[in-house]
Design a protein around this ligand. Structure first.
Ligand SMILES: NC(=O)CC[C@H](N)C(=O)O
Length: 304
């Protein structure tokens, strides 16, 4: 039996003393205000036991981590038809690059880069009656937590500076791979990225991916096959041009966001979330990557 509590505390203590914590994202001005010294970890095991270290109950902007959640809701609505509009291959490019989109006729490489997530957002705008409200409802439901919300300031801040996302949405529109208006789809996308959660809430929300599609209250939201697909995409595409490195060092499906959060999981075992706002050069949390590498190395718990 692994003593998760002492493993997490030891790792938090060792890595928390690092002087080089990377740099906080500044291209979304609201994110630049976050204290770089924040640092939290939370692990939820398959029996729903919780283990925490550091700032695990402070909310932060989950940003691209939300792409896994929007993908889940879109898949549960339109199923395999989604893959006609977005591919499932790693891009090897940064999250906001557009060159492949043009070369590949408006079909994004995968749903976890920005262009792919914008197509997924477009699907949700088409199928949901009140997209922002219904998406939030879905998240609150799988997390069993009605306190989860969007941060309107962050959404507004990204809207004001989201030039590359406007470029991506317009390019998709020119290839007829965006069915709704650019403004409406991006308003939804900026809000989903502006969801705030704590490490604890994030681990609880992602429990269904380590629990064969059943959320904390044991309701079924995804089929085993859909969970397989989503976990595979997290492993191969969840860290953009650092996905290979994450699989190599950590060996778990996971997803990062420019708010400094990372969530990862071992199917049928646990879900773990980390938050440290300083990012490395590839836009992934510097300390978060180190925590997870140490965790799987010390416990021997990875999918490999
Ligand atoms: N990697 C990320 O977290 C990027 C998400 C951010 N909202 C963007 O679209 O640029």
């Amino acid at each position: 039996m692994i003593d998760f509590k002492s493993v997490l505390h030891k790792i938090h203590y060792e890595i928390g003393s690092r002087k080089d914590r990377g740099t906080v994202a500044t291209y979304i001005p609201e994110l630049a205000k976050v204290d770089i010294n924040k640092f939290g970890i939370h692990l939820l095991d398959k029996d729903k036991n919780s283990y925490s270290a550091g700032d695990s109950t402070t909310p932060f902007s989950i940003q691209s981590i939300s792409k896994v959640l929007s993908l889940s809701l879109a898949l549960s609505h339109i199923g395999e038809k989604l893959w006609e509009r977005v591919d499932v291959e790693p891009s090897g490019d940064p999250f906001n690059h557009l060159s492949l989109l043009e070369q590949e006729n408006g079909i994004p490489r995968n749903p976890l880069i920005n262009a792919g997530a914008i197509v997924v957002a477009d699907v949700l705008v088409s199928v949901l009656d009140n997209p922002k409200k219904d998406f939030l409802e879905f998240i609150r439901n799988i997390a069993n937590d009605s306190s989860i919300n969007y941060n309107e300031e962050v959404a507004k801040s990204e809207k004001a500076t989201g030039f590359r996302n406007y470029a991506a949405a317009n390019l998709l529109k020119s290839y007829k791979n965006l069915h709704n208006e650019v403004e409406e789809v991006l308003d939804f996308y900026f809000h989903q990225c502006a969801l705030e959660m704590t490490c604890q809430q994030l681990a609880r929300t992602f429990f269904l991916f380590s629990n064969r599609g059943h959320c904390l209250q044991n309701q079924k939201h995804l089929s085993i096959n859909q969970v397989k697909r989503i976990n595979a995409l997290m492993l191969t595409c969840g860290f953009y041009d650092e996905a290979g490195e994450f699989a190599f060092e950590v060996g778990l499906p996971g997803k990062s966001g420019v708010g400094g959060g990372i969530v990862a999981l071992l199917p049928n075992h646990f879900t773990v979330a980390t938050w440290s706002p300083g990012l490395n050069k590839k836009g992934n949390s510097k300390l978060g990557m180190e925590v997870l590498e140490k965790f799987t190395t010390e416990t021997g718990l990875s999918i490999f």
